[in-house]
Write a protein that binds this ligand. Structure first.
Ligand code: KIV
Length: 289
């Protein structure tokens, strides 16, 4: 048997559409570094997003706004190195695409050339539909993000569910349809009542991935640190925790600290041996100094 498993084939956008048409839910998750990429690869997800949520989950900022293109590229490149089969989505951070088509194109091209992403994601609002159209026209596959869009959360009234009135729901649906018309390949819808997703889904031909948007999307996305319980503190209502990695990690480091302090670590099993004759010779050499 070979020591190296056969490389897995990269999924394509056609594969996603085929799965969606067959009624197979699409699984998307975020990842931010090489080990998290290897974990989600092994778990067999369809899409991996290096979200600008990295600003908070791994870089310690208090919102997604401050994260830079260079910071996102460093994380995205690490994820690329750990992935084979899933499609990789790079997230263009706040301020890196809104001002002009040229800026959006230059930033997106860096994500493709330097980090090897398959698609880039941009958030709704302002100039986004024009930017999406320009990127698609330049041959760059785009994911649109509607509903709660953290980069512009302040203008949406904070980190809160969107589309809770009929008028507001229609605005979310119109954002999604405008992005679909601009040619995006996929849509993410975040933090809206399930009724909004249920109304939108039949109007779309592109796959729709929900986060806090109920069961009627074609797939779901969650943040790696949320679903594994890596955070201290609370999470959004829609997050389901599937593990307590923070608890296990703190317990592990605490056990290590206890053993260092008690002398239980390192034990003889963790030591390198030296032939007794060499140890004796070393003592003789030191004595002659
Ligand atoms: O940045 C991110 O992680 C996201 C997902 C929550 C969709 O945009």
């Amino acid at each position: 048997m070979s020591a190296h498993p056969a490389p897995r084939t990269r999924l394509t956008l056609n594969d996603l559409r085929t799965k969606r048409d067959a009624g197979d839910p699409l699984v998307m998750v975020t990842a931010y570094d090489f080990p998290s990429a290897q974990i989600v690869e092994e778990a067999g997800v369809d899409l991996v997003l290096v979200g600008d949520s990295a600003a908070m989950t791994v870089l310690g900022y208090d919102s997604t706004v401050p994260v830079t293109v260079d910071e996102m590229l460093m994380l995205t490149k690490a994820v690329r190195r750990g992935l084979e089969a899933p499609l990789l989505v790079g997230d263009l951070p706040f301020g890196s695409y809104e001002a002009s088509d040229e800026l959006a194109l230059a930033t997106a091209q860096r994500f493709l050339k330097e980090a090897g992403v398959d698609l880039i994601k941009i958030e709704r609002g302002g100039t986004t539909v024009d930017r999406a159209r320009a990127l698609v026209n330049a041959g760059i596959p785009v994911v649109g993000h509607v509903g709660l869009t953290p980069q512009t959360a302040t203008s949406l009234g904070g980190y809160r569910a969107q589309g809770r009135t009929a008028d507001a729901a229609l605005a979310v649906i119109d954002d999604a349809l405008a992005l679909q018309d601009a040619g995006v390949s996929l849509l993410v819808i975040e933090a809206v009542p399930s009724a909004v997703t249920a109304a939108l889904a039949p109007l779309l031909h592109v796959p729709l991935i929900g986060i806090g948007a109920g069961p009627d999307a074609d797939g779901q996305v969650l943040v790696f640190h949320d679903l594994l319980g890596i955070h201290a503190g609370g999470a959004a209502k829609f997050v389901k925790r599937y593990a307590d990695v923070r608890g296990v990690s703190v317990a592990g480091v605490r056990a290590y600290a206890d053993e260092v302090r008690s002398g239980a670590y390192p034990a003889s099993a963790h030591e390198y041996a030296m032939p007794a004759a060499e140890a004796a010779r070393l003592q003789e050499m030191l004595a002659l100094r």
